[in-house]
Design a protein around this ligand. Structure first.
Ligand code: PEP
Ligand code: MN
Length: 290
């Protein structure tokens, strides 16, 4: 695949003919190891206590990175749009307490610096996978400031479109003479079934794993959107070689509304105690490298 010289597996000798992954550091966290990387936390930061308790819980359960939305892409303009900067400050406080680096979405070129002031990893959401101007700006900033990027797959992407988007980011790291600290995250296609919000594509994750040497993460929460099915979907992703999982977690006592606002993506949040128990079952799991 000569069109993607910076992200294609076959463009790097050491990654040809195997399933080894690029490894890099985000703070003290090693990404791309043989252990699944667990990124977890609330879909969205609603308030301080919710976020701090969630962060502490996922840390105790064994997660390595915290997730949480500050700026949210919502279908309706009347839905909760995220707290913005105060959410970034809450996430930074959670990081101080737990020592977990965090990932949060940036949707707007004008907010790259603000989000980058706080976040360790930028999330590019599904809706922005091919927002090339945003990819360029985020890539530039991330490379310069030694941050990571988690690139989510779009609503119905072709393999080449995902690789192309990753290449936009990698180009900026390359120009800065830096390692491309990029992860790709399969989050399902935008097609609901009777039980699922979207449709997970573990087979697409497998294809991505073969096509790129960048770590590839599965998001069972947004892809299936139903907490009853989240863990089985997570196992499907691991079965095909996922380098990690991005999982929405809620506190055990979480209610569908918080401070009078609908809790974002409540239906797909795995309860903390379930999350902790499920993680134990994969404690010794190793990601195939061949
Ligand atoms: C999210 O992770 O909160 C999110 C909005 O994901 P996606 O872009 O995959 O819909
Ligand atoms: Mn969500």
């Amino acid at each position: 695949m000569k069109d993607y010289p910076l992200v294609a597996r076959n463009s790097r000798k050491e990654y040809q003919g195997n399933l080894k992954t690029l490894t890099f550091d985000i703070g003290r966290v090693k990404i791309g190891t043989e252990k699944p990387l667990i990124i977890a936390g609330p879909c969205t930061v609603h308030e301080r206590e919710q976020t701090l308790e969630n962060a502490q819980g996922i840390k105790e359960a064994g997660a390595s990175l915290l997730r949480g939305g500050a700026y949210k892409p919502r279908t309706s303009p009347y839905s909760f749009q995220g707290l913005g900067k105060p959410a970034l400050q809450i996430l930074a406080e959670a990081r101080e307490i737990t020592e977990l680096p965090f990932v949060t979405e940036v949707m707007d070129q004008k907010k790259v610096e603000e989000v980058g002031d706080y976040a360790d990893i930028f999330q590019i959401g599904a809706r922005n996978m091919q927002n090339f101007a945003l990819l360029r700006d985020v890539g530039k900033y991330a490379a310069k400031q030694d941050k990571g990027v988690l690139l989510k797959t779009g609503f119905l992407p072709k393999l080449e479109e995902v690789l192309g988007a990753a290449e936009y980011l990698a180009l900026e790291y390359d120009r800065a003479g830096k390692l491309p600290k990029i992860m790709i995250c399969e989050r399902g296609i935008n097609q609901a079934t009777e039980t699922m919000r979207n449709t997970p594509r573990p087979e697409f994750l497998a294809e991505l794993r073969q096509a790129t040497y960048l770590p590839v993460i599965g998001d069972p929460s947004h892809s299936c959107g139903n907490r009853e099915l989240v863990w089985d979907t997570a196992l499907d992703y691991l079965r095909v070689g996922a380098n990690g999982l991005l999982i929405d977690v809620i506190r055990d006592h979480e209610k569908p509304t918080i401070d009078g606002v609908d809790y974002c993506d409540y239906k797909q949040g795995l309860h903390m105690s379930v999350f902790a128990q499920k993680l134990k079952t994969i404690e010794n799991y190793k990601i195939p490298q061949e």
